[in-house]
Each structure stands twice: as C-alpha cells, then as structure tokens.
Design a protein around this ligand. Structure first.
Ligand code: URA
Length: 207
C-alpha cells in the first residue's frame, strides 16, 4: 500500500527540489527537510509506553517511544541523501547500509555491500531510497533485509513511478510505501518523468 504525503510543506519543497536550476547545496538541504517531514509521517504509529517524570512543577504520568528498536536502512548511494533528515528526528536510530547499483544495460540491481545492526527481527526497518523507479532495487533491498531476518519493514522515497510501485507491491505486499509524489512514469532509460533527474548525481554533485 502506498501513501502519498500531501503535506503542503512537503509538496512545496518537492517542487523546489525538482527544478533544474536548484543548486547542489540547496538540493541536499531540501532532501534533508523533506525526509524529516516524511519520517514524521512514517513513524506516526510508533508504539508508546508510560513513563513517570518530574516537571519543575510536579510528578506526572507521561509517555515515551517504547524501546530503541528502529533501524534506518540507506540504499547506497542516493539513500544517504534522505538519511540525515530522518536522523535529525530520531538521532538514536540504528543505521544499515545496502549497496546496490543499477546495471545500465539491464537496469537490474547488482549488490556490492550489506551491513546491518544485529537483532533485525525485533526492529522496525525503514528503507530509504529517493527514487522508486523500476522497483527492482527496492524489491532486492527489501528481500535482502527479509533474508537477514527483518520482519517489519517500511519503504520511503521522494518520488515513485507507477510501474515501480506495481512491481514493489507485487513482491512485498506487506511493506508500506511512503512517497512525496507518484509521477507519470518511466522513460526509455528507466528514469522517472517528470522526476528530478538523477538523485545521486544531484545530491553529490557528480555527473
Ligand atoms: N534513479 C534516479 O536517480 N532518478 C530516476 O529518475 C530514476 C532512478
């Protein structure tokens, strides 16, 4: 199931992000701000537990997020661009990395790195990758996580293509997808239209 985050600030910042003339520095900053706002929505159902605290006035029954069992999983390299905003919101989260690159001829993901914190079965894993294009990388990343023991997984991106969403949902119907936009579709090079171009290149200033 895909949820589009329609918050006006997300949509405004996404428009700025998409624009060709947006500088590398601004692009990075916007990614950070949008991903913080996305994280806020994605983590809306985090369980709370009671805690007794003392305010300067008196003792009270309060609540806190139960446990520290959150893991953000960044799909390299572009995932790094939307990790920092999430960490701004949850600085104590554990972080995993999955290295995947897209073979330019087959457009299929090739894995070169996988490093996760322990105890994946007891963590909520939030996979972050800005562009859900063909869906093949996202499917592979989540499959690697599940094979490593993850049971609760969510997927966050900035822009999704309908084709990629269909592929992802068919492979992982149990994984909720959160996105700031669902665009028109893919071009012949499997880039999202109208999209924002190559997210990795725009985040890192490479070409
Ligand atoms: N990856 C990107 O960075 N952009 C796209 O449009 C598709 C995949």
């Amino acid at each position: 199931m895909a949820t589009t985050i329609n918050h006006p600030l997300v949509q405004h910042k996404l428009t700025l992000l998409r624009q060709r003339e947006t500088t590398t520095g601004d692009f990075r900053q916007l990614c950070r701000e949008i991903s913080l706002l996305l994280a806020y929505e994605v983590l809306r159902d985090l369980p709370l537990e009671p805690v007794v605290i003392d305010t300067p006035m008196e003792r009270m029954d309060a609540v806190q997020v139960a446990g520290k069992k959150l893991c953000f999983v960044s799909v390299l390299r572009a995932g790094a661009g939307i990790l920092d905003g999430m960490l701004d919101l949850v600085p104590a989260a554990r972080i995993g990395h999955i290295g995947l690159y897209r073979d330019h001829e087959t457009h299929r993901p090739v894995s070169y790195y996988f490093k996760m914190p322990d105890d994946l079965a007891n963590r909520l894993c939030v996979v972050v990758d800005p562009m859900l294009a063909t869906g093949h990388s996202a499917v592979a990343a989540v499959q690697m996580l599940k094979d490593a023991g993850a049971k609760a997984v969510k997927f966050v991106c900035l822009i999704a293509a309908p084709e990629g969403l269909a592929v992802f949902e068919a492979a992982h119907p149990d994984v909720s997808v959160f996105t700031a936009a669902i665009d028109i579709g893919l071009d012949e090079n499997a880039y999202i239209r109208p999209g924002l171009g190559d997210a990795g290149d725009r985040i890192f200033g490479t070409k």
